[in-house]
Design a protein around this ligand. Structure first.
Ligand code: ATP
Length: 301
């Protein structure tokens, strides 16, 4: 039986603005995604048992129906009339429940992997359609792009042709932060919608999204790290810090060591800052290694 291997990279959000709450309970956001070189590896092999069998080297990742890869395989099997089962092995490098979209990128890898394994010839639109049913962060990973602008729930992606590569120091504190809880606490200003216009069908999203995201996108390709750092923003950060005030201490520590634009990624608890070089990030890593067990030097992938 052939085996398909797929890499699943993590993301950080350079920018995340919550616009409003939708009737379906999700929030409309404007976000800038960056793919980073923290990468899980998944392999897929057809089995004759007709079952979805997941193994994972991380003790806190469920291997049954709660695994996003399981749910993805279930949807694809049902929709494409597949009776065969599949053995999936997941090797995790991305910290779990960290705001780095570990589960979502695994789901995207499953869509890509199963499409190849079972010769489904899914179009990009079909893949994205399955992806957004699994989670808001899944579609970004279905585009082969380092940078993406997300609108809607973050599931409507415009890829950004930016060649820029950034270095980051990324710290993942050992705190569980549940995305629905974080969004549940967010307070949306009454004039939120007027301050940040959302895109309309057919028009270039870049001309319609909020001004601060536009400024960041203008500087991202060519400006210095200090300028880019001054434009990083995350509306969810206030809530994350409220739930876990220790995050503020970590932010201050990172800043004091020279990290720039120190920001929470997604719904946290991951915190990252930018540096001018790999060496600068490694120096900060060396200072933090004794206090935090998960400190990474990562770059744009
Ligand atoms: P997001 O930013 O998309 O909300 P996250 O990075 O904060 O996600 P994940 O790593 O996706 O968080 O984990 C969230 C929960 O999803 C975990 O508690 C875990 O039990 C569950 N989960 C399901 N499938 C996976 C998977 N393949 N890898 C990691 N976690 C998974």
């Amino acid at each position: 039986m052939p085996q398909i291997s797929v890499k699943a990279p993590a993301k950080v959000n350079l920018y995340l603005k919550v616009i409003d709450k939708r009737p379906d309970g999700f929030h409309n956001i404007v976000t800038v995604f960056e793919r980073i070189n923290l990468v899980d590896r998944l392999s897929f092999k057809t089995n004759r048992s007709g079952r979805i069998v997941i193994t994972c080297d991380h003790p806190h990742v469920p291997t049954g129906p709660k695994n996003l890869v399981y749910r993805t395989a279930e949807i694809i099997r049902k929709e494409y009339g597949i009776t065969a089962g599949v053995d999936v092995a997941i090797a995790k490098a991305i910290p779990v429940a960290a705001g780095l979209a570990g589960g979502s990128t695994n789901a995207a890898a499953a869509i890509t992997g199963l499409n190849r394994l079972w010769g489904l010839k899914m179009s990009r639109d079909e893949m994205v359609d399955v992806g957004r049913r699994i989670g808001s962060d899944v579609p970004f990973f279905l585009y082969d792009a380092s940078w993406g602008l997300g609108t809607g729930r973050g599931d409507r992606i415009q890829t950004l042709p930016i060649g820029r590569r950034l270095w980051h120091i990324l710290v993942v504190p050992k705190i569980k932060m549940y995305t629905p809880k974080v969004y549940g606490h967010i307070k949306i200003p009454k004039n939120g919608r007027s301050r940040a216009r959302t895109s309309r069908g057919g028009r270039n999203m870049l001309t319609n999204i909020d001004d601060n995201a536009n400024i960041l996108l203008h500087h991202l390709p060519k400006s210095d790290v200090a300028t880019i750092s001054s434009l990083l923003y995350n509306d969810l950060e206030k809530v994350v810090v409220q739930i876990c005030p220790k995050i503020n201490k970590l932010k201050e520590r990172l800043k004091s060591l020279g990290a720039q634009g120190v920001t929470v990624s997604g719904s946290g608890p991951s915190v990252y800052g930018l540096t001018d070089s790999q060496q600068a990030a490694k120096q900060i890593q060396a200072h933090l290694a004794s206090r935090y067990s998960q400190v990474f030097v990562v770059r744009t992938l």
